[in-house]
Design a protein around this ligand. Structure first.
Ligand SMILES: Cc1cc2nc3c(=O)[nH]c(=O)nc-3n(C[C@H](O)[C@H](O)[C@H](O)COP(=O)(O)O)c2cc1C
Length: 134
C-alpha cells in the first residue's frame, strides 16, 4: 500500500511566488524520478506538504526536504499507509497563497483534495483556512 506523510513547517524568510515556483520545479523533477506524488500549500510564512508513494522513497525525500534551509520547525502531523494514492495525478500539486487571490484558495484546494480521506482533507483545508484568517 502507498505510504503518506504530511508535515508543516515555517519558512525561514517570507516566500515570494517566484521562490515557490522554483521549489516546485525542483520538487516535480525529483518526485517524478522517485514516483512520489502529493501537494504543497504555501502561506506567506508556512508550508504544509503531503508526500505519498513507496515508504522508503517518501522517507528519503522527506529527509532531504527537511534539511533544506528554506524552512525549519518541521512537524510531522501524519504518517500512514493509505489504500490508494490520493494525489496520483500530481508530481506535486500546489496552491500558492497570494495576498490578492485569497478568494480562490479554498476552492482551488477543495478541487484537488476531492479524493483525499477525511483526515488529510481536514488538515489541508484547516491550514488554508488559518492562512486566510491570519
Ligand atoms: C517547502 C519545500 C518543499 C519541497 N518539496 C520537495 C519535494 O516534494 N520533492 C523534492 O525532491 N524536493 C522538494 N524540495 C526541495 C528539496 O528540499 C531539495 O532542495 C531538492 O530535493 C534537491 O535536493 P539537493 O538540494 O540535496 O540536491 C522542497 C523544498 C521546500 C523548501
Amino acid at each position: 500500500m502507498p505510504f503518506q506523510l504530511l508535515y508543516i513547517s515555517r519558512a525561514t524568510r517570507p516566500m515570494l511566488g517566484i521562490d515557490i515556483e522554483s521549489i516546485l520545479f525542483t520538487a516535480r523533477r525529483f518526485n517524478q524520478r522517485s514516483d512520489i506524488t502529493g501537494m504543497l500549500i504555501s502561506s506567506p510564512a508556512n508550508f504544509m506538504q503531503v508526500l505519498e508513494g513507496d515508504e522508503a522513497a517518501v522517507k528519503e525525500s522527506y529527509a532531504r526536504i527537511s534539511a533544506d534551509p528554506r524552512h525549519r520547525a518541521h512537524v510531522i502531523l501524519r504518517e500512514t499507509e493509505v489504500e490508494a494514492r490520493q494525489f496520483g495525478d500530481w508530481t506535486m500539486a500546489s496552491h500558492i497563497y497570494r495576498d490578492h487571490q485569497l478568494d480562490g484558495m479554498i476552492d482551488d484546494i477543495t478541487a484537488v483534495v476531492g479524493n483525499c480521506d477525511v483526515i488529510t482533507k481536514s488538515y489541508l483545508l484547516g491550514f488554508s483556512q488559518r492562512a486566510l484568517a491570519a
